[in-house]
Design a protein. Structure first.
Length: 260
């Protein structure tokens, strides 16, 4: 079964997170080349002072002429352990964000304790699924390798550290709330920090979530124009898991840019 050709997670240069190659017209041209049909631009909103920086992104999307449906999204990050996203219906409506993806971006432990690290991730995954303002849980069990290296901790390189019961519970929570679990190319599938064994285990982990009936979505999470093409790795995993198109979430309604 062929995966729908969506890419619903990518960054621009405007928030200073992606590099200078990530200008919206160039990103669109590359997505057209790759055969992407639905595109979502999702820059970070870690704190509210960054909200005005999303305005030029919105205006550029609205001006696009293309057959691709281009949606204006946002990526949310917890502001602290068990904290909140910098997001509300008012924030959403002020800028007109069409969808929100979100998740945990830190291990949140003082000293190395693998069981505790995994438990904290799991807790935030469930919290994200319970958030009615967030449509997508981003990159479960992605970690920044530098965080581990700087502290001299063993690297997180096996999904065997995650109990199967956690995968099942997340799959059930996502199914019940309608939250889509992200299949993320650059963070999880083609991240040079991870071994091929990790990737194999990661796909098995997604398979357990799938068996509970959850929806999924696909994103490159590209921060450089040459990494947009890695979205194909996420599409391949959709096919590998045998997920039918109705299990792959996308924003609905009129896209801000391009055509429906
Ligand atoms: Zn992220
Ligand atoms: Zn991202």
């Amino acid at each position: 079964m062929k995966s729908p050709h969506y890419d619903l997670h990518m960054h621009t240069k405007y928030l200073g997170c992606a590099n200078g190659t990530m200008e919206i017209p160039a990103m669109l041209a590359e997505c057209e080349r790759l055969g992407v049909k639905v595109m979502g631009i999702t820059d970070h909103l870690n704190t509210l002072d960054k909200l005005p920086l999303h305005r030029p992104i919105r205006d550029e999307i609205a001006a696009l002429q293309t057959d691709i449906a281009v949606y204006f999204g946002v990526e949310l990050n917890y502001q602290s352990c068990d904290g909140e996203f910098a997001y509300s219906p008012e924030v959403r409506d002020e800028l007109g964000f069409q969808f929100a993806i979100g998740g945990i971006h830190s291990p949140y432990v003082e000293s190395y304790d693998l069981r505790q690290i995994v438990e904290i991730q799991h807790r935030h995954h469930l919290k994200t699924c319970a958030d009615p303002l967030v449509q997508v849980l981003v990159h479960p069990y992605w970690f920044g390798k530098k965080t581990f290296e700087q502290r001299g901790w063993p690297w997180f390189d096996t999904m065997k550290a995650v109990p199967v019961a956690y995968a099942r519970e997340l799959g059930q929570a996502a199914r019940d709330s309608g939250t889509a679990i992200e299949i993320n190319a650059c963070a999880n599938l083609v991240n040079p920090a991870y071994s091929s064994d990790y990737v194999k285990e990661y796909v098995e982990y997604l398979g357990v979530i799938a068996s509970e009936g959850a929806l999924f979505t696909v994103g490159s999470d590209a921060h450089d124009i040459h990494r947009l093409e890695h979205i194909e790795a996420a599409w391949r995993v959709v096919e590998q898991l045998g997920l039918p198109p109705e299990r792959i979430w996308r924003p609905t309604g009129k896209p801000l840019g391009g055509k429906e």
